[in-house]
Design a protein around this ligand. Structure first.
Ligand code: GUN
Length: 296
C-alpha cells in the first residue's frame, strides 16, 4: 500500500517557515512582504481561491491588498490598477486571479505585471528565466514549484529518475518539464499529451508519474510501475454530494487501485492543491527579500 504524501501537512510546515521569515524581514528591514490580489467579478471558484489567498497572507503577517473589481471593469482600468501596484514600493507581489471575463485580454494583463512582482510566474520574462535556469530563475509557477517541493519533502529522489508528465499546459506540465530537468534536480523527463503514442508505456517506465491532464481517473493501476511515486494534479468535479451540495472531486488518478501499486501517492483533495498557495506565499516572501536587496 502506497505511502500518502500529505499536502496539508506540508503546506502547514511551509507556511510556518514563511511566517518566521516574514518576521525576520520586518525586524531587519522594517517592512512586511506585500501582496496585491486582484479579483474581477464573482466567479464562485475564483472568489473562494482568492479569499483563501488573502486569509493566508494575513495569517503570515503580510501586507495584503484585496482589490475586488466588478465583472464589467474595463481592461484599461484594470491595467491602470496593475500599473499603480507596479510603482508601489509596499507591494512585492501582484496576483490577478484567472480566468478573466471575455472582454479582457488575459495575455495583455499578464504582460502588464512587472516581472519582478509576478509571483504567479506567468509572465513570459519569468518563463524565459526558467528556461535559462540557475541564477536567472526568479519566480517559478506555483503548482509545478509545489510538486517539486513535495518530491523533496517526501524524500523522493529526482537525480537520474525517469519522470513522465501527462499534460502539456502552460501553467503545469510544460514548466514542470523544464524545472525537473534543471541542474540540481537532474531528472530525465518525458512529456506526454493528447497526441502521444503509447502513453501507458511511457507511464509504466516512470519512477515518478505526474498526472496533469484534467481527465478524471485516467491513470489506471496497470499504468504504474510498482513502487513509483504518483503525483495527481487533477481537480475534476465529477458530481455533487446530495446532502452537502458540495462538488465531489476526483483526480486524474484512479486512486484506490493505483495506491495498491505505487510507493507514494498524493490524494485529491489534500495533495497538490494546498501546496499551490504555500508556493505563492513563498514567492511573495522571496520577492520581498529581493526588493530589500537580499538574495534569499
Ligand atoms: N486561477 C486558477 N489557478 C490560478 C493561479 O494559480 N493563479 C492565478 N492568478 N489564477 C488562477
Amino acid at each position: 500500500m502506497a505511502e500518502r504524501i500529505d499536502g496539508m501537512a506540508m503546506r502547514a510546515a511551509i507556511l510556518d517557515e514563511t511566517r518566521a521569515e516574514a518576521a525576520r524581514l520586518l525586524e531587519k528591514h522594517g517592512r512586511k512582504p506585500g501582496l496585491a490580489t486582484i479579483l474581477v467579478g464573482d466567479n464562485p471558484a475564483s472568489v473562494s481561491y482568492v479569499s483563501l489567498k488573502v486569509k493566508t497572507a494575513l495569517a503570515l503577517g503580510f501586507h495584503e491588498i484585496q482589490d475586488n473589481q466588478p465583472a464589467d471593469v474595463s481592461e484599461a482600468a484594470l491595467l491602470a490598477r496593475i500599473e499603480a501596484y507596479n510603482r508601489d514600493p509596499a507591494v512585492h507581489g501582484i496576483l490577478v486571479q484567472l480566468p478573466l471575463p471575455p472582454h479582457i485580454n488575459e495575455s495583455r494583463v499578464i504582460h502588464a505585471i512587472d516581472p519582478d512582482k509576478d509571483v504567479d510566474g506567468f509572465h513570459p520574462v519569468n518563463l524565459g528565466r526558467l528556461v535559462i535556469g540557475g541564477e536567472a530563475v526568479r519566480f517559478s509557477p506555483c503548482t509545478p514549484a509545489g510538486i517539486l517541493e513535495m518530491l523533496v519533502r517526501s524524500g523522493t529522489p529526482t537525480c537520474g529518475a525517469e519522470v513522465t508528465i501527462i499534460g502539456r499546459s502552460a501553467i503545469v506540465g510544460r514548466p514542470l518539464s523544464i524545472m525537473l530537468g534543471q541542474k540540481g534536480v537532474d531528472a530525465t523527463v518525458t512529456l506526454v499529451h493528447s497526441r502521444s503514442a503509447n502513453i501507458r508505456e511511457h507511464c509504466r517506465r516512470a519512477d515518478i508519474l505526474v498526472a496533469a491532464a484534467g481527465s478524471p481517473r485516467m491513470v489506471k493501476a496497470d499504468w504504474v510501475r510498482p513502487g513509483a511515486t504518483v503525483i495527481d494534479v487533477g481537480v475534476n468535479r465529477v458530481g455533487v454530494n446530495p446532502t452537502t451540495g458540495k462538488a465531489i472531486l476526483a483526480g486524474d488518478v484512479d486512486f484506490d487501485a493505483v495506491a495498491e501499486v505505487a510507493g507514494r501517492i498524493t490524494p485529491v483533495p489534500g495533495g497538490v492543491g494546498p501546496m499551490t498557495i504555500a508556493m505563492l506565499m513563498k514567492n511573495t516572501m522571496r520577492s520581498a527579500w529581493l526588493h530589500a536587496g537580499e538574495r534569499p
